[in-house]
Write a protein of this length. Structure first.
Length: 276
């Protein structure tokens, strides 16, 4: 057990540099994660795998994660490109830099949409039956914390949480639609929790990365996206039971009530058991 924990900690640490591969097996579904610190925090891929396993779905995650990375940077990573071309993936998760999809329309089209399409195409060329999942992130807690060091003057449409989140939502749903992909609506569920349960702190102390509760909410959004059915998880990951239940229910409701706009009308990959 201690060796396994140490191995996991080493993997998460390596992710901040370039890549970590963890998990394999012919009886599992292979999921490739492309992202940055939003995915690395609290080991989101590990959370998703643990909750999915509880529901009878074994996932083998491979991580291409680098703190502060944009999709354009990932596209220049020859190891990632090689992995996508080699194929054999059941799911490929694509997560852009936190502010990327909330920039001006010109910037989003030139940067985010362009590289999202290139990565989506590579994934589907290498794995014709893959399900690409765009990871819709969330607005920073109060305002875009990067504005002061990114550009002058600051883009006015992401200067508060609501505008920031609405812009992210539209951009990720556009990417989902244009690429015939799926979307894990973490940002939408996040907005619901902020509105209905403000006592739950979803943010880390820096006001933009996820707290443990934020990552737990994100994990259930992914599991619900993969399963596309109701389920009950006993996995709490150290959160109080009532709080974990709220986050789980919100994630399920967000996914199952919005299947059409999230692209979840395409066939599932995993095969539900008869008991389900």
């Amino acid at each position: 057990m201690k060796c396994r924990l140490l191995r996991r900690m080493m993997c998460v640490a390596l992710c901040s540099i370039t890549i970590c591969v963890w998990g394999s097996g012919k009886d599992s579904l292979r999921i490739l994660w492309i992202g940055n610190s939003y995915t690395m925090y609290n080991d989101l891929p590990g959370m998703v795998s643990k909750i999915a396993a509880e529901q009878g779905v074994k996932l083998s995650p491979v991580r291409f994660l680098k703190g502060g990375e944009h999709l354009s940077g990932h596209y220049r990573n020859p190891l990632l490109i090689g992995a996508l071309k080699k194929g054999g993936w059941d799911y490929v998760v694509i997560q852009e830099y936190s502010t990327g999809p909330a920039q001006s329309t010109r910037e989003v089209i030139a940067d985010t949409y362009h590289y999202a399409h290139l990565l989506d195409s590579l994934a589907k060329d290498g794995s014709p039956n893959v399900r690409v999942i765009f990871y819709m992130t969330w607005g920073h807690k109060y305002t875009n914390v990067h504005n002061s060091r990114m550009r002058d003057p600051a883009y006015p449409l992401d200067e508060n949480y609501t505008d920031f989140q609405n812009h992210l939502r539209l951009s990720y749903l556009e990417m989902t639609y244009e690429n015939s992909a799926w979307c894990a609506p973490v940002g939408m569920a996040w907005q619901t929790v902020r509105r209905e349960h403000p006592e739950i702190e979803l943010y880390a102390k820096d006001n933009y990365h996820p707290s443990l509760a934020g990552s737990y909410l994100a994990a259930h959004c992914f599991v619900a996206t993969i399963l596309q059915r109701k389920y009950k998880s006993a996995t709490r990951l150290g959160l109080p039971s009532l709080r974990a239940d709220v986050l789980q229910r919100t994630a399920l409701r967000t996914v199952l009530d919005n299947k059409r706009i999230l692209g979840l009308t395409r066939p599932l990959i995993y095969k539900p058991s008869k008991a389900q």
